[in-house]
Ligand binder design. Structure first.
Ligand SMILES: O=C(O)CCC(=O)C(=O)O
Length: 275
């Protein structure tokens, strides 16, 4: 095994190597190839396709499903014109797609999070991001922490490629080290920062092969371009929290394994350190 993974970790680490952790701290993000094997990727993709089939012909956003908008109007949440049946997102994906939940609650991903977080590990949010061929809209520059200012923020985002994500089909771009800038003011229409506020010349594409993992600090500046290619670019995304911030109100008290009466979903409690 070239880089990280079970069995390749350094002493004291559960999944990552010390070199990967150093890179994450330096750049604010990290790519790990082959985190899911091809059979796992196929399983997740098939389950997403099964759930997405219920959106065929859908003409407006419904429940967890959001459609792509006509043109490049990704920035205007109220833009009325949708592309019928062209899915942009499934929100709360862990509740909608069982294979996504299995992936994001697996021991290996929690081992990886344990190397990055010094706390218990809590669920924060999740989605499937489709960015379909021939029209998947851009996502402007932003820091994920800007979405979560009502929470004490110290989240980590995990982004897993289901299809080959490359510059041609709208892979993520990031500015290495930008997590050290702190939170930059974001505009109010689809939270975004303007190019004039940042040094976009430092941005680099972050291609990820199917099954590869991209891990972000919640302050890293990142974006993605429109997908004008003929290849879909699906990704699954989960945000893990270091603090017991409650998840969605409607999940409370529904008896979902691990979600307590406050609405906090503890995914892993750290082993007590012997005294
Ligand atoms: O998948 C993408 O294109 C970017 C997604 C992203 O940055 C986000 O949802 O915060």
């Amino acid at each position: 095994m070239a880089d990280g993974g079970p069995g390749a970790h350094d002493p004291g680490m559960k999944y990552l190597t010390q070199a990967q952790l150093d890179r994450f701290n330096q750049d604010g993000y990290l790519v790990i190839d082959g985190f899911l094997d091809p059979a796992e990727v196929t399983r997740v993709e098939a389950d997403i396709a099964r759930v997405a089939a219920s959106a065929i012909g859908m003409e407006r956003n419904r429940g967890a499903f959001s459609l792509e908008k006509v043109g490049d109007e990704s920035f205007n949440a109220e833009a009325p014109a949708k592309r019928p049946g062209m899915l942009r997102k499934i929100q709360n994906a862990v509740m909608e797609v069982p294979e996504v939940r299995n992936t994001f609650t697996s021991e290996k991903i929690l081992d990886c999070m344990e190397d990055l977080m010094e706390s218990d590990i809590y669920y924060h949010s999740s989605k499937v991001m489709f960015k379909p061929a021939g029209g998947g809209a851009p996502k402007p520059w932003h820091q994920d922490a800007a979405y979560w200012t009502q929470y004490a923020s110290n989240q980590i985002t995990v982004w897993i490629a289901i299809h080959d994500a490359k510059a041609e089909n709208g892979c993520v771009w990031a500015i290495p080290g930008s997590h050290k800038l702190g939170l930059i003011p974001h505009g109010e229409i689809e939270l975004q920062v303007q190019d004039a506020q940042i040094d976009a010349s430092q941005a680099i594409p972050v291609p990820v092969k199917p099954g590869g993992l991209l891990i972000f600090h919640s302050l890293v500046l990142h974006m993605s371009h429109k997908n004008t290619s003929n290849q879909d670019r699906w990704a699954i995304i989960c945000d893990y929290d270091c603090l017991p911030n409650p998840v969605l109100d409607e999940w409370k008290g529904r008896g979902i394994d691990g979600i307590d009466e406050r609405g906090v979903w503890t995914l892993r409690k750290r082993a007590a350190v012997p005294v």
